[in-house]
Design a protein around this ligand. Structure first.
Ligand SMILES: Cc1ncc(COP(=O)(O)O)c(C=O)c1O
Length: 386
């Protein structure tokens, strides 16, 4: 029903992915497959809602309505089988702000925050920005998939006061199983470690896999988890700065909301609220079709690498639209890989080294693009790395 093959020109729309290529890659014409937004149109039912509201001639201070909250609560129930209450839903302008406010609200300078690299790198700055210490529980690479080193997790949990969980995991694309989540969650409870569960990719699940919200697994975990979700990745509306934090524990929720409301960050964004409500109300079929399309792009990539560039391989994809590609067998250094990608292939990818320990020799490629673009990218890779 939806056309994901349609190319969209995004140059000169003040967008990071296209308009910052020159400063970021030193080359303005690389094929950009880096920043995590999509080269697909934001769905028509979202644009229509925004356009309707834009017709009203006043864009003054706004509130989020009952219908807005209901759309969040119903989406979480429908898509994730998790019963939440309206009161638990707290607005945040983004998930990275929520990570930072969680650190300042619930930890003290010098406290340790546990992370699982290679992981979304703003996790690191949300810790360092506030004088907290990062403690790593690196994911273990087994062939083309990743697992958790639980002995190490337990050891690190004893030293930490907060855990930044990335679930599903960016960049490795892992959907943690309920057993894995329970085990991590219980180790956090035993050691008084508050869980901040970044579930921004929760809707982007590839066929055959499923996502379990950490806080839905038990009452104790619900009380000990700050859950972060958003329509931004799912519906391509990151520019509208409208995300959600779900906090059941009233004391934690009040503290978090106070931190945001103090500097008037809790007011929100008029068009973001309208877009979010439309997305969560009408978006089911669109997301299902999107993930089928992304799945086909993953298959295209996997088959192409096997047949044409066997020196490269891609981690088994379970979620997200990010392919985590291993370049280690090329024997090249990270600098050499980057140089070849930019100057020989003309491709703008995200270097694995950004994501911390274990990212060496990897590159992240954004597959949320028409398959013609993915094919073009693969031919460029082949020309440079065959
Ligand atoms: C795991 C994860 N968290 C957060 C974000 C960004 O969050 P926001 O733009 O809402 O601050 C991203 C974007 O790629 C992400 O992958």
């Amino acid at each position: 029903m939806y056309n994901f093959d349609k190319p969209v020109r995004r140059e000169n729309t003040a967008c990071v992915k296209y308009d910052l290529r020159e400063p970021y890659f030193g080359k303005a014409d690389v094929l950009p497959m880096w920043v995590a937004d999509m080269d697909f149109e934001t769905p028509d039912f979202v644009r229509k809602a925004v356009e309707e509201r834009a017709k009203h001639p006043v864009y003054g201070y706004s509130v989020r309505t009952d219908d807005y909250y209901r759309s969040v609560v119903d989406w979480v129930k429908r898509r994730h089988n998790w019963d939440i209450e309206r009161e638990w839903v707290v607005y945040t302008p983004g998930i990275v702000p929520a990570l930072n406010f969680s650190v300042t609200s619930f930890t003290r300078p010098g406290d340790a925050v546990l992370v699982q690299p290679p992981v979304y790198f703003p996790f690191f700055s949300a810790i360092a920005n506030h004088g907290r210490k990062q403690t790593d529980n690196p994911l273990l690479l087994n062939g083309r998939s990743y697992s958790i080193d639980f002995d190490d997790f337990e050891k690190k949990a004893r030293q930490a006061s907060m855990f930044f969980l990335c679930s599903p995991h960016n960049p490795v694309g892992k959907c943690f199983t309920p057993d894995e989540l329970l085990r991590m969650g219980e180790l956090c409870l035993e050691n008084n470690v508050l869980v901040v569960s970044d579930e921004i990719h929760n809707d982007l699940i590839l066929p055959g896999f499923s996502h379990s919200p950490m806080a839905a697994l038990s009452d104790d975990l619900a009380e000990n988890t700050i859950s972060c979700i958003a329509p931004s990745k799912t519906f391509n509306l990151a520019g509208l700065s409208t995300s959600t934090v779900i906090i059941k524990n009233e004391e934690l929720r009040n503290k978090f909301a106070k931190a945001l409301n103090g500097p008037h960050l809790g007011k929100g964004n008029l068009f973001g609220a309208v877009a979010s409500q439309a997305a969560y109300t009408f978006g089911d079929d669109w997301v299902d079709e999107l993930m089928q399309y992304v799945h086909n792009n993953f298959q295209l990539l996997e088959r192409f690498l096997q047949a044409e560039i066997p020196v490269l391989s891609v981690t088994k994809a379970e979620s997200t639209y990010m392919a985590w590609i291993e370049f280690r067998k090329t024997g090249l250094t990270d600098d050499e890989i980057k140089e070849k990608l930019i100057h020989e292939a003309g491709l703008g990818l995200s270097a694995g080294t950004l994501f911390g320990k274990g990212g060496e020799g990897f590159q992240r490629m954004n597959l949320a693009a028409p398959k013609s673009v993915v094919r073009d990218a693969l031919e460029r890779l082949k020309a440079a790395f065959r």
